[in-house]
Design a protein around this ligand. Structure first.
Ligand code: CIR
Length: 267
């Protein structure tokens, strides 16, 4: 299945280890992060995706996490408004790359709304919007209106009660075939009732962030139980080493904007 045609990524910068919300896993190593990032790019290409690689931006340590400043669909792109104020400079930074693909088919989240792309999970024509410490109610409301205007539906999932879950997709990823991979905390979420759920073990919670790209599920390497579950459910996996991004609370989805074939409405 060809779901995604192209992707946008940005090289981790020299100041990558200075990003916000570093975890307890130690200081990230820039050279290793770049090596892992190169493997990520090659893997996207192996999945049949054309990859646009943006230059490193040293003023913004978290700027390789390109998923957060924009939401991309087949009919519109939405420039977000960061809940983390220190990352707000990343939205003008991503705009040229988005404009190159979407032209004027771009909408923007306005103050006081905040939305970060990591909180948005698309399932077909429906979007789950995570209410988090980064995405607020007003941001979710605006996003819901924009999505509706373009023919999508949406609903919210409040993850503020899960203290360790930064973004919605930190805790759940849609794999296709009505199947999610989820952290144990999220498995009973009413919004997900009708779906099949692969529940990762608490020790492997990082593997709840994976990405389905065309015929493959790209998944963090070393999470053997999660990989076995995903394979057992009939998906082909491509494991990738993610240690340096994990240290900065980033996962596989955060590292790219994945863009399907575009279908703009005639105006
Ligand atoms: C941050 O706290 O914003 C970055 N250190 C990590 C962002 C990860 N992005 C994502 O989950 N979409």
């Amino acid at each position: 299945m060809k779901q995604f045609e192209q992707a946008i990524v940005r090289i981790p910068c020299d100041r990558f280890p200075e990003g916000i919300t570093p975890g307890s896993l130690g200081k990230a190593d820039v050279a290793s992060a770049r090596k892992q990032h190169q493997a990520y790019i090659e893997t996207l290409k192996a999945c049949g995706v054309k990859v646009t690689v943006l230059e490193a931006e040293n003023d913004f340590p978290d700027s390789c996490f390109v998923e957060d400043p924009a939401i991309v669909t087949d009919r519109v792109a939405i420039i977000t408004r960061f809940g983390a104020a220190s990352r707000s400079g990343e939205t003008p930074l991503i705009l040229p790359a988005i404009t190159a693909v979407y032209g004027d088919h771009i909408e923007t989240i306005q103050a006081p709304g905040t939305v970060e792309g990591g909180d948005i999970c698309q399932v077909g024509e429906h979007f789950f919007i995570g209410l988090s410490l980064r995405t607020n109610d007003e941001g979710a409301r605006q996003l819901g209106e924009i999505l509706k205007k373009y023919g999508f539906t949406s609903s919210t999932i409040d993850i503020r009660k899960y203290k360790t879950v930064l973004h919605l997709k930190t805790g759940m990823s849609y794999l296709g075939n009505d199947t999610f991979i989820v952290m144990p905390e999220i498995m009973d979420e009413p919004e997900l009732k009708k779906y099949t759920k692969l529940v990762v073990t608490p020790e492997e919670s990082y593997a709840a962030n994976c990405i389905r790209v065309n015929d493959f599920v790209i998944i963090p390497a070393g999470f053997t139980n999660a990989i076995a579950q995903v394979e057992g459910a009939g998906f082909k996996t491509l494991p990738l080493e993610m240690s340096e991004f994990r240290k900065q609370d980033g996962g596989l989805s955060c590292l790219s904007l994945r863009i399907p074939e575009l279908h703009f409405a005639s105006q």
